[in-house]
Design a protein around this ligand. Sequence first.
Ligand code: NDP
Length: 253
Amino acid sequence: MNDINFDFTDRAYFVSGGSRGIGRAIVEALARAGASCAVTYRRNDDEHMHSWAAELSRGGVRVLPLRLDVRDPEAVRETVATAVTQLGKLDGLVNNAGITRDEISLSMANSSWLEVIETNLNGSFFLAREVLKGLVRRKSGRIVNIASVSGITGLPGQSNYCASKGGLIAMTRALALEMARFNIQVNALAPGFIDTDMLQSLRENQRSGALQQVPGRRFGSAMEVAKAVMFMLSDAAAYMTGQTMVLDGGMTA
Ligand code: NDP
């Protein structure tokens, strides 16, 4: 983060799926910039999450780990309420929790379709709805939805994932229009291939095929995504809303 200095002192954000990969990098970047964060995880180890959060919590920064399955709207309501109580307020939400269950559509299991839509799309909506209640009262705030280039272009074997991320991009536009009069900006970020556990789960031939699609022949890093999110949460992006920013090394160019 040395090359970009954001000052987010006294701000507080809710980041879903922050135990690994992109979400983890976003929380680390926010904490380094002085922001407190409620960070959710689903299966990760409690002890690991609490010791990581303690390392990041210093000065006025507080990192609060909360276990949450974003598919459960009642749990989302309770967890957002806990975050607001513990941190005093929220200035925004990063909807990052997401999964893939790649299968060719003709043989895709119902569970693979439903799990992806419920996590990536329904979960993001449930979280946005809860966090927005506080932002509307305060008449300010930001939401960044982590979509994917798969929500813009099709990818074979990912009809569930493409639908979830395309839906998230469409939802971003609608929320942006609803929220503009409350001074709340809602945008999406569409990364290409980013080197996290999600990419590691691909077979070697799939990984090398993926690399061939990127003009610069390298995958992006989680911290590169985090830096883009920091920009989208910063004052520099105050006049940007309803947009999808693509960060894919030229893959869709
Ligand atoms: P990872 O698989 O590394 O991490 C996913 C995170 O989501 C974990 O923290 C996981 O928690 C959490 N999570 C999964 N399911 C749920 C759920 N039901 N409720 C709450 N949390 C959940 O993924 P990435 O960091 O790679 O991806 C982050 C986001 O970026 C996703 O939305 C993904 O679709 C998107 N993206 C990723 C790209 C890539 O190439 N990596 C490219 C484009 C977009 P836990 O660890 O506890 O299981």
